[in-house]
Design a protein around this ligand. Sequence first.
Ligand code: ADP
Ligand code: MG
Ligand code: MG
Ligand code: MG
Length: 397
Amino acid sequence: MTEPVVLEPAEVWAYLVGRELLPADASGVVREVGDGNMNRVFVAIPDDSAIAGLAVKQAPPWIQKLGPSAPMSPERALIEARALRRFAEYAPRQTPRVLDVDPPRFAFTMEDLSDLTVLRTALNDGAGLGRTSAEVGELVGRVTFATSVAGATPQARAALLADSVNPLLAEVTLQYLLGDPFTTAEHNHHHPALNTALQKLRSDPAVRTELATLRADFGGNAQALVHGDLHSGSVMVGVRKGEPVVRVIDPEFAMVGPIGLDLGLYLANVVIAAVRAYAQGDAERGNDHVLSIADCWDSFCAAWREGWPGRVDPLLDDGWLLRHLRGVWHDTLGYAAVELVRRVAGYSHASDLETLPDPGPASAVVLGLGHKLLVDREICGSRPDPRALAHLVSTSW
Ligand code: ADP
Ligand code: MG
Ligand code: MG
Ligand code: MG
């Protein structure tokens, strides 16, 4: 493997001209926009507004934030570009278009979204969710139906599986989402107000068994192509021509796995945004956020029901579909629960809570919800009941 060339901002324009993505005589500006966690992201904005802006994402052979002392395979950029192309096939409205993939440099170029805002930032700044949860639910529904046993033939699924192997990032999820937060691992941290509740959670045998079940499910339940990192930092939102626009970015963790992982991560982050609003005394916004849980679930189910008449396996009957959707809801609550715990007790916390004047009370509510949901998912009804989850959240504050 040749040493990948790490792009610098000053090189990006010439790089794009060299790949014939920009006209040789065009001029404009390049900005580095990545938030510096895993990868590098640049946008190139031509002076001539008739030429579309571009975004280049490159994976260095290490974790961007930590530098060369934390090596990680740059293949993740190519996995991400492949996933984005598949997402665009099934959910074009919510997926940024990939225009070019450059394997030797572990880079790809996509449409510029810099007129949009990262959802977590927008929510922290007081925005509502509007149609966002419905759009995310539709994307997950359409992508997972099309890549499930209902939407794809066994041959197509075998090819998908071979094409979506993502061992390194699967390890990251097992450690940072489904492992460390439930132990006293080195990089964990938490607000002192959580000491007692966290000790209880970490020594609860019911938590151990639920966590073990989710770990086994994560590795073993190859249901469909999932995004794998679908929190509110992986969604961009805005308005174009008066219409709401929602784009899901950053599927570098994509793999064939449990559908509930995507829904659970997204919904947990909606819950966290709601708890922030409650903590700020804005119950109305908090309630609106939690009610959007139902929008997400309903759109997800609608996408499955839309695909259902065209299923590739006629032996899958309506009874299976009901059972399947119930199972996905059960998993969704489990993954949501671990995400809630991770964001207050693991390595990577949520700025939604961290930027409150006192993150303590809100973090305690999030941890309590996570614990409760993890061990007693029936609390949200014996059948998929997103409104029961919304009720649980809105009455926990
Ligand atoms: P990472 O894998 O490092 O988390 P992301 O794909 O999440 O990278 O991108 C990091 C940031 O770069 C995003 O939060 C967003 O602000 C910006 N960004 C990502 N993709 C685009 C794009 N297509 N257009 C404009 N900005 C983008
Ligand atoms: Mg990031
Ligand atoms: Mg990423
Ligand atoms: Mg990201």
